[in-house]
Design a protein around this ligand. Structure first.
Ligand code: FDM
Length: 185
């Protein structure tokens, strides 16, 4: 018996947009409707590469900006065999961040990375069937403005990231769906 390939659904957005909550809800809804579904997230901090990224994000180590960009990409590539295996088994994957975050966050840095340079290392990754972008309304963003201590968690940087996501959403070869987040996610 052949089974249908699972769907690859990605959730993207700026920090605080409620991606993790929505990922959990989506996984639950798909499972409740009888579809085998699993969740993944990037960065996947448990691998060796993920640990380097984690220490960078927690400001416990510094990494050169090109280097960390390539590590984020390598962290996706190292999980590609597992992703493919699951999709081929007909399992749907709901993924919290993917290459779009990689491009948006690095290209938002003041050094002026081109989108093209940022996109190159991720070329050939499994293509999502749908990318949901969770957008925070400005009033919500202000309310949720208390950031933690991780790198990138500042209002100024998140605004720059949002602008980069807006550029990426113009790519018609990707199926984007924008969802504006209101109170209580
Ligand atoms: N991030 C995430 C990147 O800079 N590049 C990437 O490729 C990915 C997947 O890492 F600030 C950033 C985005 C965010 C941080 O945070 C990870 P969460 O809370 O684990 O999603």
């Amino acid at each position: 018996m052949t089974c249908r390939r699972g769907a690859l659904i990605v959730l993207e957005g700026v920090d605080k947009a409620g991606k993790t909550t929505q990922c959990n809800k989506l996984v639950q809804a798909l499972q409740d409707s009888g579809r085998q579904t699993e969740m993944m997230k990037f960065p996947e901090r448990t691998t060796k590469i993920g640990q380097l990224i984690n220490s960078y994000l927690e400001n416990k180590s510094n990494l050169e900006d090109h280097t960390v960009h390539l590590l984020f990409s390598a962290n996706r590539w190292e999980l590609v065999p597992l992703m493919k295996e699951k999709l081929e088994q007909g399992i749907n994957l709901v993924v919290d961040r993917y290459a779009f975050s990689g491009v948006a966050f690095t290209s938002a840095k003041p050094q002026g990375f081109s989108l093209e340079w940022c996109m190159n290392p991720d070329m050939g990754l499994p293509k999502p069937d749908l990318v949901m972008f969770l957008q925070l309304s400005p009033s919500e963003a202000a309310q949720r403005g208390q950031f933690g201590t991780e790198r990138y968690e500042t209002t100024v940087f998140q605004k720059a990231v949002q602008q980069k996501f807006e550029l990426l959403m113009k790519d018609p070869s990707v199926k984007w769906q924008v969802r504006i987040q209101h109170s209580n996610h």
